[in-house]
Ligand binder design. Sequence first.
Ligand code: SF4
Length: 471
Amino acid sequence: MSKSQISPIEVYKILPRTNCKECGEENCMAFTTKLVNKEIRLDQCTPLLDEKNKSAYLKLWKMLKPQVKEVSIGTGDRTVKIGGKDVLYRHELTYVNPTAIALDVTDSMNEEEFKERLQNIENFYFSYIGHDLTLDMVAIRSTSNDPQKFQSMIKIFAETSSLPAILCSFDPEIIRNGLVLIGKDRPLIYAATKDNWKEMADLAIMYNCPLTVYAPNDLDLLKSLVRTLLEYGVEDLVLDPGTFTDEGLADTLNNFTMLRKAAIKENDELVGFPLLGVPLTVWIDHEAAPEVAIWNETWLASMLITRFADVLIMHSLDGWSQLPLTILRNNLYTDPRKPVAVEAGFKTFGEPNDMSPLLFTTNFALTYYTVAADIEAGGIDCYLMVVDTEGLSLESAVAGRKLTADKVGEALKEGKAEELVKHKMLIIPGRAARISGEIEEASGWNVIVGPMDSSGIPKFVQVEWPKKLNE
Ligand code: SF4
């Protein structure tokens, strides 16, 4: 049974049902609803942690545990959690733990180049509708095949980067040399194969690190290795069925899809682990020009993000590769049950006074952040009233009657706009022009129709606002 099909009544029956409110909810039924929707954690019902409720806790834990195991990489603030999925498609509930993106460095780089790339990976940042887009991990590859060389680069990594690591080599001796230095930081080991699984398993157990299982294009072998490793005592596994380009692309996507379907729809516990893709393979043994390789790696990564990859190892650090990927990931992992909205109310930009312009927009996050960015870029001192349109964009809100003249009037009143500015003039978005008369009537404010696009706000305020003040 998919977790999206769990009956709240079945869960409710197992809870203590005392309505004690220790979880912060009004009653046990309210807690149940949030629990099955993954909006609250089981251990927030503290009475369940009592010894006498142990069997109920375990029963619920088993019932609610994700079909794809959640595996953590790293420690402390920068811990990356992957997997933990309950559904095949996001609209069935929601996706959790966005696909983690790891960028590679190699032990064949010179020290300066190595450090600079580490810093570039760590410094990648873009603000997108209120979300911080960053990269998650560093994959340190042994291309020298020299254990000492690998260890010296791991030392530099430990001194330079705060991101979690993936240690990449099929040679257990090389992995051991890395773990000696950063094993306590819980890196992901890449990878156990049919030839080295025992040595890699011993290292994973000794250092309590998650372990990747690699069986290229052979799902039977992959499952057999997983069974062996679980019996051996390794619990946190990550599965790599191989990432192939060109004529191998169809197999790659099929394998990822079959593994995730088997985990979620068929409850196959042997494949209920996070999936790892390696778009970086486009760079290996291919003779394409670098810009073509970046393009190939980017579309391959985008396909894997939509086809259930929980972690990716990549090489392209260019903005035109990582920016669309991190935005795609961000969009896919928003909760479809909640509108992408910001809090309504009054925002201040720069240092406005009581004769500064007052504008308004909706609380749809994309609209708000676009308007805010344009105001900031223009260096304008003003107030911006954010009207609650239930997360709808301006035109949709006007068409759907979520943005009405009455609502704008109420927002002005509730926000005590008359105490903020003396001029009683409101600049409305050009796309709300058709309700300008209604707004004037409902609010008693003078309405000025602003530009159609928020990029026109700086010029509009510079040129039109002084004229309006002097009229
Ligand atoms: S803490 Fe547990 S028993 Fe108490 S109200 Fe919440 S769900 Fe019910």
